[in-house]
Design a protein around this ligand. Structure first.
Ligand SMILES: Cc1cc2nc3c(=O)[nH]c(=O)nc-3n(C[C@H](O)[C@H](O)[C@H](O)COP(=O)(O)O)c2cc1C
Ligand code: SF4
Length: 595
């Protein structure tokens, strides 16, 4: 801790001593010390001339920042439903027991913490965990046993078995985007040759729509941003990839980073931006070093920097900005707040980021896959892109496939592919349901497997989780409702309160205390959330509950209590304090349930 002052001085000077960099400074401190010491808060507050409470509010907002030391081994088990399906809960309990730790609490000797975290984006190789920011995939009893031994022996991670940390790209199906023949194509050269107006028209003709979920037309977004008058414009790549079950951006960043940066540079050339940001989720910290190397390589070959590819006035560079464990920061306006060093609370919209984004300047925010596709279109043209897909869903979509199938991984398909075909290709059989587009998406029953993945039918950001007939879908709903109540930023009441009520009601169903009244209550809460929540997280959070109530009523009805009403908490237990105070223990001091 002696060097803390020196460390913070160096850090904040490198960052330019501005509050904008606050989150990045805190991430660096957290990574070094395993927490944010109180003294660090005061030192930072002095240097950045901001109140300490502003810093503490950030520490409390982001799940990966802590006020208490987590020890030499900071472990977080991925808690997505796919991890649970393959035994993560029992592996988690087993490690806690072997190490003698209480879940989420640093051990008495302060050396280790074992905790849970939301989906880490390794669903094809789960169960998985993060340890000091690195991934251990394919967890098994044997791995947990070895890990416990290594931790007790204080073996540094650098000496742990290399295969523990192996994460495969797992690309199972390629189409036009991932075809080896199109890799590292030069969109920047195409820009120099044809000019920005022609390329923007090409992008428009291609019909490319955003791959992050909402499907907004990319050319329209870029044009609106280019036409918004301002002294600066910005490009942001949304690599937050927090939707449970999604991991295709992880693979693009790992294997196709050059293509991602190429697409961002193309966008900068078209809209006139000088600065870009890659917003990298904290769970993907382990990808950062290689990404920085790719950026440096591009600077060395004049694909970034000043006068890019010899084009006068084309100056652009990209910074990597690390997230810190907040799903809401994938929402574009929350992401921009986070980029500015604040808590990720979604902004009021309009105005939209294309006119009022980063630093209130026009900003394009696109998904990782969107940038890759845009770069390819610049080189190969709109017709090439339209040769795949459907009329209003041109091109291909990357799917992240996980759950009950023989070959999980990344699958690239032309839009229009049916759910049934995807299931056949990845070796799924006896499938009960597919959860498409993550926790906020749609639960598709078997009778709808001929529906197509396309904006016209089933739009998706790419998550495709498979559940066979043996799975209890209520466990999936429970996992998602816990996820949403944990990830709500807390800004608006419908989501903050509604999400918690929904989670508690699902738990009430699971323990067999719910009645038909509770199911109706869940529908009512869901509708209020859909209509009144401030952002997309709250409006989509009830989807899995509402969908399964309608399409899989049996998963609820088999748990229902046979009464017309059942309280959500134990009334008798709650009255115990009153009984103690009054000294009563007679019959009248207890509540009787109707039979
Ligand atoms: C709660 C929430 C989380 C989101 N997470 C992501 C994400 O992780 N990655 C992403 O690209 N878009 C995410 N989005 C959508 C973004 O707000 C935005 O629409 C997208 O980045 C735009 O890029 P695109 O047009 O290329 O799809 C999220 C939206 C919401 C409401
Ligand atoms: S809907 Fe939820 S995540 Fe969105 S602003 Fe409201 S509380 Fe925050």
């Amino acid at each position: 801790m002696k060097n803390l002052e020196h460390f913070i001085r160096e850090l904040s000077e490198t960052a330019g001593n501005t509050p904008d960099c606050l989150l990045q400074l805190l991430c660096a401190i957290q990574n070094r010390y395993s927490y944010i010491p109180a003294r660090a808060v005061n030192l930072l507050a002095e240097r950045l001339q901001i109140p300490p409470v502003q810093i503490l509010s950030l520490v409390d907002f982001y799940s990966f920042l802590h006020r208490r030391a987590r020890g030499d081994f900071d472990i977080r088990f991925s808690d997505n439903i796919t991890d649970r399906m393959f035994g993560s809960v029992s592996l988690f309990n087993s490690l806690c027991k072997k190490l003698g730790v209480e879940p989420g609490q640093p051990r008495a000797d302060g050396r280790v913490t074992v905790d849970l975290t939301s989906c880490t984006g390794i669903c094809d190789q789960g169960p998985a965990l993060l340890i000091n920011g690195r991934v251990i995939s394919r967890l098994s009893r044997a791995r947990i046993h070895t890990m416990a031994g290594l931790i007790e022996a204080a073996t540094p991670l650098a000496s742990w078995p290399k295969q523990f940390f192996r994460v495969e790209d797992n690309i199972q199906r390629r189409d036009i985007l991932l075809n080896p023949g199109v890799i590292n194509s030069s969109a920047i050269e195409a820009l120099a040759r044809r000019g920005r107006d022609a390329l923007l028209d090409e992008l428009d003709d291609s019909g490319l729509r955003g791959r992050g979920g909402a499907g907004f037309r990319t050319a329209t977004k870029w044009r609106l941003c280019r036409d918004a008058a301002a002294d600066e414009h910005y490009v942001v790549c949304n690599a937050d990839e927090g939707e449970p079950g999604t991991f295709k951006d992880r693979v693009l960043l790992n294997r196709y980073a050059d293509d991602v940066f190429e697409g961002m540079t193309l966008c900068a050339g078209i809209i006139g931006a000088k600065q870009g940001f890659l917003y990298l989720r904290g769970e993907y910290l382990y990808l950062r070093e290689a990404l920085e190397k790719t950026l440096q390589k591009r600077r060395n070959s004049n694909q970034l920097g000043n006068t890019i590819s010899g084009q006068p006035g084309f100056d652009f560079d990209i910074k990597i900005h690390l997230g810190a464990g907040a799903y809401i920061c994938g929402e574009e306006s929350a992401l921009i707040e986070s980029l500015e060093g604040k808590r990720g609370i979604p902004r009021n919209r309009p105005p939209f980021p294309v006119t009022h984004g980063y630093q209130n300047r026009p900003t394009v925010v696109n998904n990782v896959e969107t940038f890759v596709a845009a770069g390819r279109i610049a080189v190969f043209g709109a017709d090439w892109f339209r040769s795949a897909g459907m009329k209003t869903s041109s091109g291909t979509k990357l799917l992240s496939i996980s759950g009950d199938c023989a070959r999980p991984g990344i699958y690239e398909y032309p839009y229009g592919i049916s759910i049934r075909q995807v299931l056949a290709d990845c070796g799924a059989s006896n499938t009960r349901a597919v959860q498409l587009s993550g926790a906020a998406g749609a639960t598709i029953p078997a009778q709808e497997f001929d529906r197509k993945i396309a904006f016209e039918d089933l739009p998706t950001g790419g998550s495709f989780m498979i559940f066979n007939q043996q799975r209890d879908l209520l466990e999936m709903v429970q996992n998602f409702s816990q996820f949403f109540s944990h990830e709500s930023c807390g800004f608006c009441t419908p989501c903050r309160v509604g999400g918690t009520l929904m989670r508690d009601l699902i738990e009430k169903v699971m323990v067999g205390h719910a009645t038909r009244y509770d199911l109706q209550e869940m529908r009512n809460i869901g509708l209020v959330m859909q209509k009144t929540a401030h952002c997309g997280l709250g409006t989509t959070a009830p989807n899995p509950v509402l969908d399964t109530l309608e399409k899989f009523p049996d998963i609820y009805s088999k748990h229902l209590a046979n009464r017309s009403y059942e309280p959500a908490f134990d009334l008798n237990a709650s009255l115990e304090v009153a009984r103690c105070i009054t000294g009563r223990d007679d019959e009248g001091a207890y509540i009787r349930h109707e039979k």
